[in-house]
Design a protein around this ligand. Structure first.
Ligand SMILES: Cc1ncc(COP(=O)(O)O)c(C=O)c1O
Length: 383
């Protein structure tokens, strides 16, 4: 079996992840940050270690600025719904996932002004177009780091420079890159960064979060939910300090135990080494698919300018049929359709049919890529 659906969720998980979760369930079990007994203290330690690991990976400094939640979607909703007010203007790109687009469209119906800057058919964003969209009431730029459809990298560092120049915040959706591509929230001038735990960070589902930099005024960023935090229990008002202000309710501590192990594995292996491996796989896949008669490839077609996520179609065949045959005849798992990103598919010209997406990950290898190229070739011959 070949698992090429890492852009949806990574699998298998790095060594140590399951063991960390099992340790939590068998030997810790308690609620972190709630009680004073040794098991609760141990649970709190494990959650803090997860914060430390993510902060180290992102060069974020203070681990308390890492706010955990269930996934990138929740983190993006916190940043967008929490920060934006009627009359604000924001700029985003036409390559965004619905986790950005849907909250923004909903906020638009409540008076937030939105400009969606068009990207090229390959999925590239021209920073000059981004800057040209800025208005006097613009307060935030929102960009994904890499497209979940074609893997194309967006110009985050340039966007950070533009945001600082105009006094705006930069919110980055790093769902596709955290753990797979180097990220430095300081040098890239990222003010808010949403990450998910279950993709390249190697953690389980139900983990993710938001890094909140010192440039973000907490008094303006409203929590999505309020409730028990284990801190300041004498008060009926929400605490106003990080991370508790945004982390009400019992944490997914077993999930965070797994996430900590996943991120530690990424740190040990090194993001640069992971990126080099995935770039080499992406290059092999792009070059191989380009040679297959009948295959239409989308995106940059340049492994250095994208992640290891590659989208294609076979002329004359529905993506759903290709996906089904890859699964049934070759045991290759991929994802077909619109990938929760209709705007991106409109940009690359594949809406509403979508594409076949191969999402390669840390644990794929050259042989699997070769087998998949041959499988696509055999299916294409039957058109
Ligand atoms: C670019 C992008 N943003 C956001 C998300 C949402 O991530 P999560 O599943 O963690 O909510 C995804 C998931 O596929 C994604 O690819």
């Amino acid at each position: 079996m070949i698992y090429f659906d890492n852009a949806a969720t990574s699998w298998p998980k790095p060594p140590g992840v399951m063991q960390a979760m099992t340790y939590y369930m068998e030997s810790v079990g308690a609620n972190p940050g709630r009680s004073g007994h040794r098991l609760s203290v141990e649970a709190g330690r494990i959650v803090y270690e997860a914060r430390e690991a993510v902060a180290k990976l992102l060069n974020a400094g203070d681990p308390l600025r890492i706010v955990f939640g269930h996934n990138a979607t929740e983190a993006l909703n916190l940043a967008l719904q929490g920060f934006l007010r009627p009359g604000d203007h924001v700029v985003t790109s036409s390559m965004e996932h619905n986790s950005v687009m849907r909250p923004l469209r909903a906020l638009q119906s409540h008076g937030v002004e939105l400009t969606v800057v068009s990207c090229s058919v390959e999925g590239f964003l021209d920073p000059a177009d981004l800057e040209a969209a800025i208005r006097p009431n613009t307060c935030m730029i929102i960009l994904n780091h890499a497209s979940n459809v074609v893997g194309t990298l967006l110009p985050i560092a340039e966007a950070g420079t533009i945001a600082r120049k105009h006094g705006l915040l930069l919110l980055v959706d790093a769902a596709q890159t955290a753990g797979a591509f180097p990220i430095d929230v300081i040098s890239d001038r990222i003010d808010l960064l949403a990450f998910t735990g279950h993709k390249a960070l190697g953690g389980p589902m139900g983990t993710g979060g938001l890094h909140i930099s010192e440039r973000v005024a907490l008094s303006r960023l409203r929590p999505l939910k309020r409730g028990g935090t284990g801190s300041r229990s004498e008060r009926e008002e929400q605490p106003d300090f990080l991370p508790d202000v945004y982390e009400s309710g019992t944490a997914n501590a077993v999930g965070l135990a797994g996430l900590a192990a996943g991120v530690r594995w990424v740190l040990e292996r090194g993001v640069d080494a992971i990126r080099a491996h995935e770039m080499s796989l992406a290059r092999q896949l792009v070059e191989g698919l380009q040679e297959v008669p009948g295959v239409v490839l989308y995106g940059s077609k340049d492994a250095a300018r994208q992640t290891a996520t590659v989208s294609f179609n076979i002329a004359g065949m529905e993506p759903s049929e290709v996906g089904l045959r890859l699964d049934e005849e070759y045991a290759i798992m991929c994802r077909v359709g619109l990938h929760c990103a209709p705007a991106a598919h409109k940009t690359i010209g594949t809406f509403p049919r979508g594409t076949v997406r191969f999402g390669l990950g840390h644990f794929n290898d050259d042989d699997e890529v070769g087998d998949a190229i041959r499988a696509v070739g055999e299916i294409a011959e039957t058109v």
